[in-house]
Write a protein that binds this ligand. Structure first.
Ligand code: HEM
Length: 323
């Protein structure tokens, strides 16, 4: 894996396997229609790796990394002939009780570092170079909360794939040769009703999540009347193979505004896996038995992107038409 030199040199742009961090910024922007704007965006994406070096080298222990994801509409403006097989806009879901909306997004930037100031500096220079042709749809600064807890108080990220399972779950393989090594990325910004959550007894919270709260032990809910979040998000095929995704959720919030959130970000080799997780969460299994996490957590955004490898990204932006 590319991580072996990360103590000596900045982390290559588009490293999906960059370390989980203390801080992260999630930026979603749209790109105006003018050819000159597209040209500028292409040149910024072309220089993304250099920008990570420029800022990241100032403190290597800060482990700055950045992944750019491209939405379907922008992809089609850049290149009409070839696109990742599954890339399409986020499909909104209407469950009986809860809905997942689709919101605009041409580009996603997932910026991670041990230091919030490195994320800030990188974002500042990035947006400066993108200029006025891009419109900010959503900007969220997340932080690591104690032992990787979400603001509901549960440890979040435990079941992430590790070792060789990480690329096998998160990176496209030879099923789509042109885009091997890239990843589908889905983001959703959730806001929590913490007042209602706090009034929910801890054992009920634990049934909803599928793990114990203090010590993070998995709860077997095979015979429970309602499946937990953990079980609804577990995807298996007819042969019993499990399909994981790589999550790097981050809490964010402004207590003074009663804003408490989780920024969900999932990287997957197959887009259908995340879509199936969402279907099971919102529609339920069996239908109607939806994820009760949603009674306390409302998605305000929903967007799908493809994060190509560094070299594919460079080829894509260098070959873009009508610059
Ligand atoms: C409010 C938003 C969310 C919160 C607070 C949340 C929190 C959690 C927590 C605490 C766990 C258990 C520990 C772990 O394995 O990480 C978990 C597991 C998981 N979540 Fe979420 N989650 C959220 C949204 C989502 C969404 C939208 C998806 C997928 C589309 C998802 C997919 C998963 C998966 C795949 C697991 C691991 C299941 C397993 O044990 O194999 N989560 N989540």
């Amino acid at each position: 894996m590319s991580g072996k030199n990360w103590d000596r040199v900045p982390i290559d742009a588009q490293s999906i396997d960059a370390p989980l961090s203390m801080a992260a910024v999630f930026l979603v922007v749209t790109v105006a229609n003018e050819a000159s704007t597209l040209a500028k965006v292409c040149s910024v994406l072309d220089g993304l790796d250099d920008l990570v070096k420029t800022v990241g080298f100032r403190d290597l222990s800060g482990r700055l990394s950045c992944i750019a994801g491209i939405g379907r509409a922008l992809w089609d403006r850049l290149r009409q002939d070839k696109r990742p097989k599954e890339l399409k806009p986020f499909a909104p879901i209407q469950g009986a009780v809860h809905a997942a909306p689709a919101t605009p997004g041409d580009l996603l930037f997932h910026i991670r570092s041990e230091r919030p100031d490195l994320c800030f500096e990188f974002e500042r220079i990035l947006l400066d170079s993108l200029g006025d042709g891009v419109t900010m749809v959503d900007e969220v600064s997340g932080f690591r909360y104690f032992d990787a807890r979400d603001l509901l108080g549960f440890v979040d990220g435990t079941a992430n794939p590790t070792g060789l399972d990480l690329p096998a779950s998160a990176l496209v393989g030879d099923e789509d040769d042109d885009f091997a090594g890239g990843s589908y990325v889905v983001v959703q910004k959730y806001l929590h009703d913490l007042r209602a959550w706090k009034q929910t007894p801890t054992p009920v919270q634990e049934e909803i999540i599928g793990r114990t709260k203090i010590d993070n032990i998995e709860i077997d809910d095979d015979d429970a009347p309602r499946k937990s979040h953990k079980s609804l998000a577990t995807i298996t095929d007819a042969d019993g193979n499990e399909y994981d995704i790589l999550r790097d959720n981050m809490p964010f919030g402004r207590p003074g505004h009663q804003e408490f959130g989780t920024y969900f970000i999932g990287y997957s080799r197959y887009l259908w896996v995340i879509e199936k997780m969402l279907q099971r969460m919102y529609v339920g299994d069996p239908p109607g038995a939806y994820d009760r996490l949603l009674d306390f957590s409302t998605p305000h955004t929903g967007a799908t992107f493809f994060a190509p490898t560094r070299s594919t990204l460079q080829m894509l932006v260098q070959a873009a038409p009508e610059k």
